[in-house]
Design a protein around this ligand. Structure first.
Ligand code: SAH
Ligand code: F3S
Length: 441
């Protein structure tokens, strides 16, 4: 009987991409099948995230639950990957001896080898090294293309924002060669992908080689738009500091580049941005927004925010609300600051109470959702060009599509032959988490 595999993923889109690659790899190289439940699995993988606190505790709680399954099924293997694994390494096995394999974001291609080795020995297999781009050379070529596919173009981050653990867990920035990426995109396009979503922690600083010279994200986007069948291009996540002129110009030259960008501002206060080591101030951020809007007036912006950064005053927070009101962000993410190991901000003194931080988060989130819901409501009655992603999760009698700004639209349709197509939908209703619409001919 085929061995079965179950993967649980915490965290960002990069982790989702990595998990999808682990699945492909283990299906191809070790002939694993997908387990529907954790109890059915012969290998359980947890792809972890350490961006905010409680991440470690969440991991050990999960291992505790899985250990109970292992008690009844001693051959079951447990593997821990991702950023917590990278940060904690062998400490994970010390604290949780039921763990068999520990691997980092850059060594996931070694999973089949680590799994085989673990079968032959009792000792846990640990590899959390950063072997640059080796991972991408070892990942299988895609054998199917989702309507929208993530493609990771770089790893790591060199920005060292004072609050962030990513440079410590994912290592320094390394970009893939453009030919390599375009090859992956062409295969995906042949297999039905219409939308490419480029991923990197700091994706606009992509510097992959093209014809032996360092190139740019703008160049990659232009070349991607020439691939037949690719109708939409997105990228996440951008650092406002390195959003260069050629990338701004790409909004003029490449119609396939969607009119939506995630541009995390984090705070509206220059004082806090400086303490965060973000390398831009609000004037620069706003001028970038204006430059993009002067090319694409319909452009929609989303952002990440941190409230309660050490020493954030009421005035600093008021400035964050000012920028929200000025840019009128679309669907955004906001978090209470969480001290991370080995980051400079974790040593800064912090006199804001947890209650005050929670109150600021509530104020910010309610304003953000007002804007976001406002955009949804404005769409009612309009026709939106949407990419059909698959069946609706809630209602299998409906299909689910995505607008240009990535909103979910559910619409009634008999059959699935529209999946992967770009179609026009009239928006009839705006609900807090999705839109409802009718297919237009
Ligand atoms: N590279 C991206 C950020 C990746 S992390 C950028 O340049 O913005 C995703 C988001 O998590 C960040 O934008 C930030 O808002 C949040 N985040 C990161 N570290 C955090 C921390 N220590 N506490 C709270 N939120 C944090
Ligand atoms: Fe983190 Fe700043 Fe890089 S938020 S991922 S260090 S750009």
């Amino acid at each position: 009987m085929a061995k079965k595999l179950y993967i649980k993923t915490h965290g960002c889109q990069m982790n989702e991409y990595d998990s999808a690659k682990m699945l492909d790899l283990l299906q191809i190289e070790e002939k694993f099948e997908i387990a529907e439940t954790e109890e059915q699995a012969d290998l359980l993988i947890l792809n972890t995230c350490s961006i905010r606190e409680k991440a470690q505790e969440r991991v050990f709680h999960q291992i505790g639950r899985w250990r109970k399954i292992k008690d009844k099924k001693p051959d079951l293997k447990i593997a821990i990957g991702g950023c917590v694994a990278s940060q904690e390494g062998k400490e994970i096995v010390k604290r949780a001896p039921s763990v068999d394999i520990v691997f980092g974001p850059q060594t996931l291609h070694k999973l089949p080898e680590l799994y085989k080795k673990k079968g032959k020995t009792k000792s846990a297999q640990i590899d959390i090294s950063f072997p640059k781009l080796e991972k991408f050379d070892h990942l299988p070529t895609p054998d199917h293309g989702e309507p929208s596919s993530f493609v990771s173009v770089m790893e790591g981050c060199n920005k060292y924002c004072s609050f962030c653990v990513v440079p410590h867990t994912r290592g320094h920035e390394v970009s893939r060669d453009i030919d390599h990426i375009l090859n992956e995109v062409s295969i995906l396009a042949d297999k039905g992908t219409k939308e490419i979503h480029y991923l990197g922690q700091n994706v606009n600083n992509f510097k992959g080689l093209y014809k032996n010279e360092k190139s740019s994200l703008a160049k990659l986007i232009k070349l991607t738009s020439k691939i037949e069948n690719i109708k939409r291009i997105r990228f996440t996540t951008s650092h406002p500091h390195e959003f260069k002129d050629d990338l701004v110009e790409a909004y003029d030259k490449v119609p396939e580049l969607v009119s939506h960008v995630h541009l995390p501002v984090q705070s509206g206060s220059d004082r806090i941005l400086e303490l965060m080591r973000r390398r831009y101030n609000i004037e620069k951020y706003l001028s970038l927004v204006e430059r993009i809007k002067s090319i694409r007036p319909e452009m929609s912006f989303s952002s990440d925010f941190i409230v309660g950064f050490p020493g954030e005053t009421k005035e600093d927070f008021a400035k964050t609300m000012d920028i929200v009101n000025e840019v009128k962000f679309d669907e955004s993410f906001s978090f209470i600051y969480s001290p991370r190991p080995n980051t400079p901000a974790s040593d800064m003194s912090d006199d804001v109470s947890p209650e005050e931080k929670k109150e600021r988060l509530d104020i910010l989130q309610s304003r953000l959702s007002q804007f976001s819901f406002g955009y949804s409501r404005k769409m009612v009655g309009t026709i939106q060009n949407c990419l059909v992603m698959g069946q609706s999760k809630r209602d299998p009698g409906q299909l689910q599509a995505r607008t240009i700004c990535n909103r979910v639209v559910n619409f009634a349709y008999d059959g699935i032959d529209l999946v992967g197509q770009l179609i026009n939908i009239r928006i009839d209703d705006a609900l807090p988490n999705c839109l409802r619409g009718t297919l237009q001919n």
